[in-house]
Design a protein around this ligand. Structure first.
Ligand SMILES: [Zn+2]
Ligand SMILES: [Zn+2]
Length: 335
């Protein structure tokens, strides 16, 4: 029996408070993790605020978890105590539907989330299905690996689904928690990267992260065009953007891909899609296989989330900074 010391929201929008629960015993396939670090994702804040009308309270946020296996439940053969692992958004999938059977378990309609169907990683411990925790390569530091498990896989999987290989021209809108990782993945894998951002300081930071060009967005629109048409344009910002302007930056068969959900529906002119066979797509998290691939590539190519760390006890101060968008680029709680 383990007593888990956590921080929980007891109601919508409430500051987190110390809260504990008991883990009696592990069910088949589960593991008990001692949490060492946990990133703060904007989805945690949407869940705290019940923005998606699916939150259950007490709500323990946290789905960018890094920790160490303490105990394995019955039937867990591929993990052993002491292994350092990461956990992301997903808690389970049905294993039976068409999406699961074709290896796209992150698209499963019966899938559950770490914080939508259980308690998350702003805590001393986490219990999770062993199939949804991932051994971490030793190159990835504990305090910086967490944001790869949600932010990193979200952009990496989206770029792959949009056709990223190497030698392509890829644009990234937004240099924040997601964008700063997308720039690193796309450029380290041998693509020409153009960042779109709102300030000169972030443009310079984008260049340091690996972008080959950075274009300033003024009054919602880029102030110039990239030198050549883009193959892929990844939109990481959740604010409305002028679709016609960005579609026009794509070449034939170009893809405009959304990983941040704008608050209002898009208005899409069809003609720019039709004449150049362009596409608009969205993408959520990634498959388990893609998570493993992403972690290996991050280790191999030196892709590292830039993080600000906070002790778990200062979780409310960290959340406030995330709400105010003053974190560069991802907040991580150290437990
Ligand atoms: Zn997330
Ligand atoms: Zn399924």
């Amino acid at each position: 029996m383990t007593k888990v010391q956590a921080y929980a929201a007891l109601g919508p929008g409430r500051p987190l408070e110390p809260w504990s629960y008991q883990v009696e015993s592990l069910r088949p396939g589960e593991v008990l993790i001692r949490v060492h670090a946990c990133g703060i994702c904007h989805s945690d804040i949407h869940m705290i605020d019940n923005d998606w009308q699916m939150s259950r309270y007490p709500l323990v946020p946290g789905h960018e978890v890094v920790g160490e296996i303490l105990e394995c439940g019955p039937g867990v053969a591929h993990l052993t105590p002491g292994i350092r692992v990461g956990v992301g958004w997903q808690r389970s999938s049905c294993g039976q539907c068409d999406d699961c059977l074709r290896g796209q378990d992150h698209l499963c309609e019966e899938s559950t989330g770490v914080i939508t169907h259980g308690h998350g990683g702003f805590a001393s411990h986490l219990v999770i299905d062993s199939r949804y925790c991932f051994p971490l390569p030793p190159e990835l530091p504990t305090e910086a690996a967490g944001p790869l498990l949600c932010g990193g896989i979200t952009v990496y999987s989206a770029l792959r689904a949009a056709g990223m290989g190497s030698g392509l021209r890829i644009g990234v809108i937004g240099v924040g928690g997601l964008g700063h990782l997308a720039i690193q993945f796309a450029s380290r894998l041998g693509n020409h990267v153009t960042a779109f951002t709102t300030t000169e300081a972030k443009a310079q930071e984008a260049t340091r992260l690996g972008a080959h060009d950075a274009i300033i967005i003024r009054d919602g629109k880029p102030d110039r065009r990239p030198a050549r048409p883009l193959h892929i344009l990844l939109n990481t910002v959740p604010v409305p953007t002028p679709v016609d302007v960005y579609l026009d930056l794509l070449g034939s068969d170009g893809v405009l891909c959304y990983v941040g959900a704008p608050t209002a529906p898009l208005t899409v002119p069809v003609w720019p899609l039709l004449v150049k066979r362009r596409r608009i797509m969205g993408s959520p998290i990634g498959t388990r296989a893609t998570i493993r691939e992403m972690l290996e590539l991050a280790a191999l190519f030196g892709i590292r989330p830039r993080v600000e760390t906070f002790p778990l006890a200062e979780v409310n101060r960290a959340i406030e900074k995330v709400r105010q968008n003053t974190i560069r680029y991802r907040a991580v709680l150290l437990v």
